[in-house]
Design a protein around this ligand. Structure first.
Ligand code: F6P
Length: 359
């Protein structure tokens, strides 16, 4: 059997650990398994590029950040648009056949899963593995890469906390997560921040400034605020993402963090600074939890392939590794529930989410 592996969308720690586990399982459990890597995610499949992966390629990569296959973003909405030589979908289907693939492993996030579902619908044997620091893939308790990012962000906030305390400052830390606030929520709680702002809970400037002022009033001169890059003001929530982006771009911003820092400084009189953590959240070696999770997910996905179970994606449910039909998860997201345990617990110990107390 011939197997292709690709990694698509934004990278994260643990991609290589999954690739390794898929490879080791197939070489050990499938007679005459031939494995190829497809470079640059769906980009390589569109162009019809692949290269052989041998046993030695899977050695020594368990703890390596990034992806040995490289990745790229290929927006789902472009897949069926006709262009020179046919649509990207047509090209991928033709190249899947030309490469002689019996199965394609797609390691990626929500967008990758949408395209994987489309390929599967069109007759390719596809198996997904859920990746993303955003942890927003529907149908799985956790995605690989998320826990490593939580460690990285928590460590970063811990470091910012000491300088914030030294200077008696309000510090805002911008964390990745455009649609979903999982990374901000979990690392914010783990780092003991005082305010957490996530896309799922539009925030009110008065409420955030009020939280800072309330701390100042009892002599707490340092306030730590974790802001998801997708956090929105309650007043902006009525706009669609594109309209909001348009308004913000006019002010030279794509996120709300700098504006918020300025307003807090002006209204509370506190010395205020902000840090955008950026791509360091996606880089580097996976933590032990992710190495284990990736190894299990990769081995499980390869086992599904051996059993001929296609059109599915691996998932975690209640600590067990399982799978979902691609068709059932594609196009859906897993968001933070504002009424859920994590948020309610954090509120119970005094963390502000910038919402009005009544909501
Ligand atoms: O991988 C998801 C993500 O990290 C988002 O949280 C972030 O908004 C985005 O990727 C940034 O991606 P890019 O690499 O395209 O700038």
């Amino acid at each position: 059997m011939k197997f292709g592996i690709l990694t698509s969308g934004g990278d994260c720690a643990g991609l290589n650990a999954v690739i390794r586990s898929i490879g080791l399982y197939l070489l050990r459990n499938v007679k005459n398994a031939e494995i190829v890597g497809i470079p640059d995610g769906y980009g390589g499949l569109i162009r019809g590029e692949s290269f052989p992966l041998k046993r030695e390629d899977f050695e020594g990569i368990l703890d390596k950040g990034g992806t040995i296959l490289r990745t790229s973003r290929q927006p789902f909405k472009r897949m069926t648009v006709s262009e020179e030589g046919g649509s990207r979908l047509t090209k991928m289907l033709a190249n899947y056949k030309k490469m002689g693939l019996d199965c394609l492993f797609t390691l990626g996030g929500a967008g990758t899963h949408k395209t994987a579902a489309l390929l599967s619908m069109e007759g390719c044997n596809v198996i997904g593995v859920p990746k993303t620091i955003d942890n927003d893939i529907y149908g799985t308790d956790v995605t690989f890469g998320f826990r490593t990012a939580v460690e990285v962000v928590t460590d970063a906030i811990d470091r910012i906390a000491t300088t914030a305390a030294s200077h008696s400052r309000v510090m805002l830390v911008e964390v990745m997560g455009n649609k979903a606030g999982w990374l901000t929520l979990h690392s914010g709680i783990a780092a003991g921040v005082h305010v957490i702002l996530i896309p799922e809970i539009p925030f009110d400037l008065d409420a955030v400034c009020g939280a800072v002022s309330a701390r100042l009033a009892v002599g707490e001169r340092t306030t730590l605020i974790a802001v998801a890059e997708g956090a929105v003001l309650a007043s902006e929530a009525k706009y669609k993402k594109d309209e909001r982006a348009f308004v913000r771009t006019a002010f030279g911003e794509t996120t709300v963090t700098r504006h918020l820092a300025e307003v807090i400084g002006e209204r509370t009189g506190a010395e205020t600074r902000y840090s955008v953590l950026g791509y360091l959240q996606r880089g580097g070696t996976p933590c032990a939890y992710d190495r284990l999770l990736c190894s299990r997910l990769g081995g499980f996905a390869a086992k599904l392939a051996r059993e001929g179970k296609f059109g599915v994606t691996a998932a975690v449910s209640g600590g067990n590794i399982t799978f979902n039909a691609l068709a059932d998860v594609a196009g859906k997201y897993k968001f933070v529930d504002p009424q859920g345990d994590d948020v309610q617990f954090a509120k119970s110990i005094g963390v502000s989410f910038g919402d009005r107390p009544s909501s």
